[in-house]
Design a protein around this ligand. Structure first.
Ligand code: ATP
Ligand code: MG
Length: 509
């Protein structure tokens, strides 16, 4: 960073922003600036107020107090189209694309309201030009529902650029991407900045902050606790600004376990389109008191394997036994009653009913059973008690058990789901990226809770994008590639390079 950059005027200046929700001060007098041609990392614990602050800049929320200046001029941003007219665009963690429309159709939606009048050919030409200019390639005719998460994200960014965005806000853009996709995204972000754009990126991953950002702002409980250039910032200072203390990462206490019972999978096969196996004759045994990690680059059958184990999709061949009971022909409900639990990757669509209370959400899988139902009536006291237990045990940032799931911050929804699935006391847990979207402290807490479950006899199948997480938690790791298990490692013999190579389809000698 040179001096010239540091004396430039900010293009966005948010001053004294206050936003209160019932019983929560989400933003408590925040000053935030965005400078030209910078990547600005916005950091902070779950519930610190990051998404709220950016939603205000994007016109989704109206601040109770405070002023926003764009290029030095005071503005009133009433809605996202006001924001877009000022050159501000935002990509939320949960995309807003229409799945059965193609790229061009998605880009065209709402252009009229912005007074961009173009016919289809002109739209296509302009899109081509933008794709060239920023090195963001997608097939304009491809439908969203046929895309990987990385591609969808490119479409979201293209959509903003098409509308003339100069300031791009990305809320946790890397949480659902593979490492390769993250690399590609970062390359595009750098080329955007080189061409005069400014970017705000919200993330919980500190190595990304140091890799990509020029400047950092940290929020804690709605207030700014740190501002500075990335190059002048130490990691310890950042963590302290986020959580208000030094975080000590203790080694987990893994007990020797010797429980009987297992989740046994024999020759499990799931066909995709054209009878091509997505999961191909997969066999393994997960014992109680063990964490079995699945290492795979997303899209290699790990998702379908877990969906088939939980009964969300049907396996075409093979058998599944839960403590010697065959369950492959049983519905999800029976599987959960027999002691299977599931922490899904897509938390808003599969993890919770977003528009309902935490109370209701606490019994999403147990609403047919004792003690939550008595004489065909819901036993509200018991339900509320369980919801309160999840909230207090997993430090979920919520007013009460009657808060709606969608009123929680992203990370707090995740804590709630993990807490619910663990406190059901299952015998087996299928966990997909259980710490995705969690801050440093919450990540440590959830990992600790999984180890305690294991120590007390649960079998945990852990699928994670984060190889370090797999290595730190697992007793064994199996590697999946193109639907098959291509390698297996015992704790003590974990070798990240070898695991990584197998994940990429390389043969080891
Ligand atoms: N629509 C809403 N209704 C009520 N409360 C809300 C609403 N949106 C946010 N909040 C509350 O405001 C606070 C800040 O939430 P916000 O989503 O900004 O956090 P965040 O920093 O983005 O956290 P995360 O890292 O978990 O995504 C939280 O306590 C949250 O529950
Ligand atoms: Mg958020």
């Amino acid at each position: 960073m040179n001096m010239e950059k540091s004396i430039k005027e900010p293009i966005v200046k948010m001053e004294g922003i206050v936003k209160t929700f019932p019983n929560v001060v989400a933003n408590d007098g925040i000053d935030f600036e965005i400078y030209p041609k910078e990547i600005h990392a916005l950091l902070g614990e779950n519930g610190a107020g990051k998404t709220t602050l950016m939603n205000i800049l994007y016109g989704l929320y109206k601040p109770d107090r405070g002023t926003i200046y764009i290029y030095g001029k005071k503005v009133n941003i009433r809605n996202p189209s006001d924001a877009q007219k000022l050159g501000i665009g935002m990509v939320h963690q949960h995309f807003s694309l229409i799945p059965y429309f193609n790229v061009l159709e998605n880009i065209s939606i709402g252009l009229k309201e912005l007074k961009i009048n173009l016919n289809t050919n002109k739209i296509k030409e302009k899109l081509d030009r933008i794709m060239q200019e920023y090195g963001l390639q997608v097939d304009p005719e491809k439908k969203i529902e046929e895309m990987s998460v990385g591609e969808m994200q490119r479409v979201e960014i293209l959509k903003l650029l098409f509308r003339g965005a100069n300031i791009l806000i990305l809320d946790e853009p890397t949480s659902a991407l593979t490492p390769q996709e993250v690399e590609e995204l970062f390359k595009s972000l750098k080329s955007l900045v080189n061409q005069d754009k400014s970017i705000v990126i919200i993330t919980h991953k500190l190595y990304e902050v140091f890799e990509i950002s020029d400047r950092i702002t940290v929020l804690r409980k709605g207030k700014v606790t740190y501002k500075g250039f990335t190059k002048d910032t130490e990691q310890e200072a950042l963590v302290e600004a986020m959580v208000g203390r030094n975080v000590v990462f203790e080694e987990f206490n893994r007990k020797e376990t010797n429980y009987t019972g297992s989740l046994k999978v024999i020759g499990l096969t799931v066909y995709g389109k054209g009878k091509i196996p997505i999961v191909n004759k997969v066999s393994f045994e997960l014992k109680r008191g063990e964490i079995l990690g699945i290492a795979a680059v997303a899209g290699n059958g790990e998702k379908e394997l877990i969906d088939a184990l939980f009964g969300l999709i049907k396996a075409n061949e093979g058998k599944i036994f839960l403590d010697d009971k065959q369950i492959d022909n049983k519905p999800t409900k029976t599987r959960t009653q027999l002691g299977l639990s599931y922490i899904p990757g897509e938390r808003l669509t599969r993890g919770v009913a977003a528009g309902l209370s935490l109370s209701f959400n606490s019994i999403l899988h147990d609403h047919w059973s004792d003690p939550y139902i008595k004489n065909s009536l819901l036993n509200e006291n018991e339900i509320r008690k369980f919801a309160r237990k999840i909230i207090s045990s997993f430090y979920v940032n919520a007013n009460s058990e009657e808060t709606l799931a969608k009123q929680l911050s992203g990370g707090n929804i995740q804590k709630f789901i993990v807490g619910r699935e663990i406190l059901r006391e299952p015998k087996y847990i299928l966990a997909v990226n259980p710490t995705s979207g969690l801050d440093v402290g919450a990540t440590q807490m959830v990992r600790q809770a999984l180890i305690e479950m294991r120590n007390s006899g649960a079998g945990i199948l852990l699928s994670s994008e984060d190889l370090d997480e797999l290595v730190s938690l697992s007793d064994r790791i199996i590697v999946m590639y193109k639907g098959e298990i291509v390698g297996s490692f015992k704790r003590g013999e974990f070798d990240k390079l070898r695991i990584g190579s197998l994940m990429m389809g390389k043969k080891l000698n």
